[in-house]
Design a protein. Structure first.
Length: 247
């Protein structure tokens, strides 16, 4: 379980996160939605400590972090070993093949042998439908293929949570579907996921809970069905705008 209590993060005078308290349950899929610039990505990056809030508490299972105090390198590394980020831009190593991209973290961080890392990498590439591209380089892949490799690379690190920041927003609809199917499968397998997305159809399908963020504040935190059937006018307006209902 990830638990945030009274977390705040500012950029200059802007409150990116304004006294936020949230829980992200284990073995569930939590989806973060909201308008652009609302603080969604800042919230997600804070879970991996790529952003460090100035105030509040972060609990990860039995580990507690006070953001008002300087974080040690050991603390940061420990959280990053439990949480793996998947970015919109894939962030694959361009000089490594697909297979070696998935092997690299296992060898360098988890201290696995190359033989063991290769075996795990091949199983995961097969899982995401990319085994036949093992010897290809990232530049030879489509966006959807690269994102599936990025997901396999995250899984290879055995994270407790996978954090995905707009993983399909740069993809064409048909290619996007390839990635969404992989994420749906992971959700069914009870992999703990936290996803930032603008794709509300996907969110409605995959999410166990929805978090709606606006102006750095939580506007909704609860069951997916309750969000999409909400009587709150702001949420209704957001859903209408995102689904083009008012055109």
């Amino acid at each position: 379980m990830i638990n945030l209590k009274n977390v705040s993060k500012t950029f200059g005078k802007q409150h990116a996160l304004d006294n936020i308290s949230l829980q992200f349950p284990k073995n569930k899929t939590s989806v973060i939605v909201g308008p652009s610039g609302s603080g969604k990505s800042t919230l997600l990056r804070s879970l991996n400590l790529l952003e460090t809030p100035e105030a509040g508490e972060y609990e990860f299972n039995d580990e507690k972090i006070d953001f008002s105090k300087k974080l040690s390198s050991k603390t940061i590394l420990n959280i990053r070993r439990k949480t793996s980020m998947v970015f919109q831009s894939f962030n694959l190593f361009p000089h490594l093949t697909v297979l070696k991209n998935v092997m690299e973290g296992q060898v360098q961080v988890l201290n696995k042998s190359k033989e063991e890392a290769k075996e795990v990498a091949e199983k995961l590439l097969d899982k995401v439908g990319m085994l036949d591209k093992s010897d290809s380089y990232p530049s030879q892949l489509s966006g959807g293929q690269a994102q599936r490799v990025a997901i396999a690379r995250s899984l290879a690190m055995h994270p407790e949570y996978i954090l995905l920041d707009e993983p399909t927003s740069a993809l064409d609809p048909e290619i996007e579907l390839e990635v969404l199917k992989v994420l749906l499968d992971l959700a069914k397998e009870k992999q703990s996921l936290v996803i930032v997305t603008h794709n509300l159809t996907f969110a409605q399908r995959v999410a166990d809970k929805i978090v709606f963020i606006e102006d750095g504040k939580v506007g909704f935190d609860g069951d997916t069905k309750d969000f999409f059937e909400s009587d709150d006018q702001r949420i209704k307006d957001f859903l209408a705008a995102m689904t083009l209902q008012n055109i």
